[in-house]
Design a protein around this ligand. Structure first.
Ligand code: NAD
Length: 334
């Protein structure tokens, strides 16, 4: 019997590196594509006999999956966010969960965030489309604002949020206010940002709001109707974290009302979405297909981290990027 490794639903793992060849030295490698909403029993059946799972942002690895899958010893997320894994259920079933350490994607996601902020602020996509359709003469429509005169609200001051804030302050002289109840005020202020006590305060003061929290029960739909009500007229919303942080129907309502001037989203609730999705009809909503981490540097680092995690497991070495290390680990049955 050999070690079996499954790459599940990933479009980017191993494309720019020799990661798959390295994995093949460890065991049998299979690529599996499953529907994003597959149920746990069916998922367990599809992945039967697999010991290591390289997981993308879909599907969801819930309790049912762990109850029905007997072979997996470790799930490694090819990414930072692990909200599609029920980590408590994994722990109870003795399965290790690891992810790509945050620093590997930090710069890539922070830079895309800045690109989206600027694209929304200067209406770059709309202006470009107007030229492409022969409407150069409409250029006076595209008058934007400058960052030193604006207040940017950063929600979530971890790995990525803190880097975005740093670029905005040092590169653009923007005023940055931060809401993150789990980060000390002194740390936020040391980096030149203004600490705000409550989300409400951030919503009231910000011209641009950029989301960088993890997705939890507490943060799901944190940007909802009540939140939009409290925002300034003409606010810009940027989300490179997780689509579910925003109540999409509320966003559409406030885009329709004109209260939200623009939104730039790298992540969308229920992604992937198609061309018929209701968000698509607004020219002031920019959507990119979850490409925050898609730079060569970041993808190479992500592949490296995933392969290293599996190699280190097999060589009994410490694993970087551990999310859950159960006290009673399931044994590798080969
Ligand atoms: P992180 O864990 O380093 O930081 C998250 C921060 O959110 C923490 O500081 C935490 O205290 C804060 N937070 C938690 N609950 C909060 C709340 N209720 N209100 C305000 N802040 C809260 O994570 P990270 O590495 O900076 O990643 C940030 C987000 O970016 C995650 O959602 C991650 O999934 C996402 N991400 C997206 C891409 C992409 O391709 N677009 C790539 C990597 C990460």
């Amino acid at each position: 019997m050999t070690v079996r490794i499954a790459i599940v639903n990933s479009k980017s793992f191993g494309i720019y590196t020799n990661a798959i060849d390295r994995l093949k030295k460890l065991g049998e490698v299979i690529k599996v594509d499953v529907p994003k909403d597959i149920d746990g029993v069916e998922l367990a059946e599809k992945l039967k006999g697999v010991h290591f799972i390289i997981a993308s942002v879909t599907p969801f690895y819930g309790r049912e999956f762990f109850e029905n899958h007997r072979d997996v010893v470790m799930i490694v997320r090819h990414g930072i966010g692990y909200d599609n894994i029920d980590v408590r259920a994994a722990e109870e079933h003795g399965v290790i969960v690891a992810r790509v350490p945050g620093w590997r994607e930090r710069e890539a996601v922070a830079e895309l965030t800045i690109a989206l902020i600027l694209a929304a602020l200067r209406r770059i996509v709309e202006a470009s489309n107007s030229v492409k359709s022969g409407r150069w003469h409409e250029r006076a429509k595209y008058v934007g604002k400058e960052l030193p005169n604006l207040t940017v609200g950063v929600i979530g001051f971890g790995n990525i949020g803190s880097r975005v804030a740093g670029i905005l302050i040092n590169g653009f002289n923007a005023k940055v206010i931060v809401y993150d109840p789990y980060v000390p005020k002194a740390y936020i202020e040391r980096l030149g940002c203004t600490y705000v006590e409550s989300l409400d305060e951030l919503l009231k003061q910000s011209d641009i709001i950029t989301l960088h929290t993890i997705l939890t029960d507490e943060t799901k739909h944190m940007i909802n109707r009540e939140a939009f009500e409290k925002m300034k007229n003409g606010v810009i919303i940027v989300n490179t974290a997780r689509g579910e942080l925003i109540d999409t129907s509320a966003l559409i309502e406030y885009i329709e009302k004109g209260k939200v001037a623009a939104a730039a989203l790298d992540v969308v609730e229920g992604e992937p979405i198609d061309e018929k999705h209701p968000l698509q009809k607004y020219s002031n909503i920019i959507i990119t297909p979850h490409i925050g981490a898609y730079t060569y540097e970041s993808l190479i680092g992500m592949d490296e981290a995933v392969v290293e995690a599996i190699e280190n497991y097999l060589n009994n070495k410490p694993i970087d990027g551990i999310v859950v290390m159960p006290r009673k680990r399931r044994s590798l049955m080969i």
